[in-house]
Design a binder for this molecule. Structure first.
Ligand SMILES: Nc1ncnc2c1ncn2[C@@H]1O[C@H](COP(=O)(O)OP(=O)(O)OP(=O)(O)O)[C@@H](O)[C@H]1O
Ligand SMILES: O=P(O)(O)OC[C@@]1(O)O[C@H](CO)[C@@H](O)[C@@H]1O
Length: 314
């Protein structure tokens, strides 16, 4: 079983616009609402592919109740923790050429008592977990070492921890020795202070994250695919998408596919790339089902350090 923790979940509203003209009234072509937050999406992708998962989800206010309603309608196995502050809403503006503009609210602060309750919920749900996934940004005032402390706790109990976050929370988590981190290109650059313009720099940055404590690094590089850097091996692959609809949540689908396939080696990388590409082909932060996933489109290639990386995407 894969347990996910999302300290800062969201309602994800996707608004399709024909163009984005600042300072004008824009009439939207369509809109959709998805449950969101990185760990929540990992659990949704696992559920869609019949892999056992449970999501720990703090929620508050009308938005929080709506979030839990949407997740219940999907049939997600959850431990919900009521908190005082309202759950945030994140907005994606999607243009016809695939350009995405995303506005993420900061979320509302969690008190020390609320954090303790959430940690207890994670600890009691983790008894049957093989992996704990700590994903997404931290709400305001949450100490940056919160994922690091979870990591220490679970690693000593023999439960693997995967972390997908950014900034100080990622740096603190690295020092606690997570089994896996899943940075995107911006997070790799931010965590290492290196510009990432070529594949060789991405691998070098991933090695720095390993030197800082992560055992394996699955780095997502947008349309350029992903690298898996482990002890003694660098693997690279990509997967084309016929008609990209939304990259939002593609990294979460990638992490879910990787864990579902055993979290190591080529097979897990193929699965990660196939799930991520499938998510890119779906609107909003919809997670892929088996019928959306095409493993035969994945190409694993020898890694070329001089390969330039394209423009970054969200
Ligand atoms: N335009 C694209 N075409 C094909 N595959 C893509 C494209 N964009 C993303 N992907 C796939 O999705 C994976 C994850 O994308 P990205 O690096 O943008 O993750 P992310 O920033 O963590 O996403 P999110 O935080 O929204 O989940 C990439 O490694 C790649 O495999
Ligand atoms: O603000 P964070 O926590 O970094 O990211 C939150 C978020 O952008 O991540 C998911 C996609 O990965 C969305 O469902 C959600 O809106």
């Amino acid at each position: 079983m894969i347990l996910t923790l999302t300290l800062n979940p969201s309602l994800d509203r996707t608004i399709e616009v024909s163009s984005l003209d600042r300072g004008t009234v824009i009439r939207a072509a369509a809109a959709r609402l998805d449950p969101g937050g990185k760990g929540v999406n990992v659990s949704r992708a696992l559920l869609a592919n019949d892999v056992a998962s449970c999501a720990v989800v703090p929620y508050g206010g009308d938005e929080g109740r709506r979030l839990i309603g949407l997740l219940s309608a999907e049939g997600l196995d959850m431990v919900t923790v009521p908190v005082r502050g309202a759950t945030r809403s994140n907005v994606t503006l999607a243009e016809p050429d695939g350009t995405i503009t995303k506005i993420n609210e900061p979320g509302t602060a969690l008190s020390a008592a609320e954090l303790d309750t959430i940690a207890e919920a994670v600890l009691s749900a983790a008894h049957s977990a093989d992996w704990v996934v700590a994903s997404g940004s931290l709400p305001p005032e949450v100490p940056p070492d919160v994922y690091a402390r979870l990591c220490e706790r679970f690693s000593s109990a023999g439960i693997h921890v995967a972390v997908d976050t950014s900034g100080p929370a990622l740096l603190a988590a690295l020092a606690a020795g997570p089994a896996l981190v899943k940075p995107n290109r911006e997070e790799l650059a931010e965590a290492t202070g290196m510009p990432i313009t070529r594949m060789g720099e991405a691998v070098e940055a991933a090695e720095k994250l390993r030197a800082a404590g992560a055992r394996a690094v699955l780095a997502s590089l947008g349309a350029d695919g992903a690298i898996l850097v482990t002890d003694g091996a660098v693997r690279y692959g990509e997967c084309g998408v016929d008609e990209p609809r939304s990259t939002v949540g593609a990294g979460d689908a990638m992490l879910a596919g990787f864990l579902a396939a055993g979290a190591s080696g080529e097979r897990a990388l193929v699965e990660a790339l196939a799930w991520a590409a499938a998510a890119v082909g779906l609107p909003g932060s919809r997670m892929p089902h088996p019928c959306d996933i095409h493993r035969d489109r994945v190409l694993l290639r020898p890694f070329d350090p001089s390969m330039p990386l394209g423009a970054t995407t969200l």
